[in-house]
Write a protein that binds this ligand. Structure first.
Ligand SMILES: [Zn+2]
Length: 325
């Protein structure tokens, strides 16, 4: 049983809130998951406070050491002073002073960070990027999030939006993106991209897409990236081919990361990252075949994240503990 000081990490996405009681070795001692209650600012804050209160009660009931701080990993762009959510594509936060709102209500120090930053910090401290003082993380969900570790610190940029490479442009005048631009990387290499290529296959070649059609009861418009992921993991050749296509685009975008950040490792996490080598194999192939100066420079490793869905809460908790990152 831990008697050291503990911190809470809260990972807030568009669909779920996950909270964890975490010790200084990154071990999750207790955790709690809830649906995100709609997207309104007040309702989400209420739910966060509920998760914090319940985990604190359970910690003291279990005899664990005191909870000394709360770290929030929020799906949005967070100011460099880690207090304000500037913008969230999936929630209603627009210049919302989340830290001030929550500090008042939970009676503990609160630190807010971007969810991908939190997950990357966890991978650096306790997971797949451990030992790599220059690392890039790519979080593949519906879109693409990301984070930069340099000199052993998270690099947030001047305005808090460093590492948002989902919106680097890979195809001029390409597919329309949620950010308002066209041709962003996440339109070609994310869960949404997997859904899109799957829907195209269903429309153009339904005979080749029979397993995908079965997964959505014949309604191709309902197909999600998760459906394609599940079919590929189950061995469906058509889904595996779609994953290969998206994986190749993943490798393409990583070339930009390599040339800007020069990391020794690129860690791929998020729900789509669970495809492992089915996705990373084609990504690595494209990446190594097209890396500028190939053959005359070290090639960064491309690896799967190792902390899975807990990375966000572990990283948020550790960032609150260290008050830096
Ligand atoms: Zn975009």
């Amino acid at each position: 049983m831990s008697d050291g000081e503990l911190t809470l990490g809260i990972d807030i996405g568009g669909t779920k809130i996950a909270g964890g009681l975490v010790d200084d070795a990154g071990t999750v001692l207790d955790c709690l998951r809830k649906e995100t209650p709609g997207h309104a600012v007040a309702a989400v804050e209420e739910a966060i406070v509920g998760v914090v209160d319940e985990l604190c009660d359970r910690a003291s009931g279990s005899g664990y050491g005191p909870v000394v701080a709360v770290g929030i990993g929020a799906a949005g762009w967070v100011s460099t002073d880690r207090s304000t959510v500037l913008f969230s594509p999936h929630l209603a936060w627009r210049n919302t002073p989340l830290r001030a709102h929550l500090t008042q209500r939970v009676s503990l120090p609160v630190w807010v960070d971007n969810d991908a930053n939190a997950a990357a910090w966890a991978e650096y401290r306790f997971g797949a990027a451990r030992g790599h003082d220059t690392a890039a993380c790519v979080t593949l969900g519906t879109g693409i999030g990301g984070a930069v570790i340099s000199a052993g610190r998270l690099q947030r940029g001047a305005f808090g939006v460093a590492g948002e490479w989902g919106h680097t442009r890979v195809v001029p005048d390409g597919r329309r993106c949620v950010c308002g631009n066209r041709g962003c990387w996440e339109q070609y290499a994310s869960g949404r991209a997997l859904a899109r290529v799957g829907q195209e296959l269903i429309e153009v070649a339904p005979a080749a897409a029979s397993a995908l059609l079965t997964a959505v009861q014949g309604d191709g418009t309902r197909l999600t990236g998760a459906d394609v992921t599940a079919a590929a993991l189950a061995g469906d050749p058509a889904a595996i081919e779609l994953v290969r296509e998206v994986g190749t685009w993943l490798g393409e975008g990583m070339l930009t990361i390599a040339m800007v950040i020069d990391p020794s490792v690129i860690v791929v996490g998020g729900g789509v990252g669970a495809l492992g080598e089915l996705l990373l194999g084609p990504a690595r192939q494209r990446f190594t075949a097209a890396l500028p100066g190939r053959g005359y420079r070290p090639t960064p490793e491309i690896v799967e994240a190792s902390l899975g869905a807990d990375a966000g809460m572990i990283g948020a908790a550790d960032l609150a503990r260290n008050k830096l990152g």
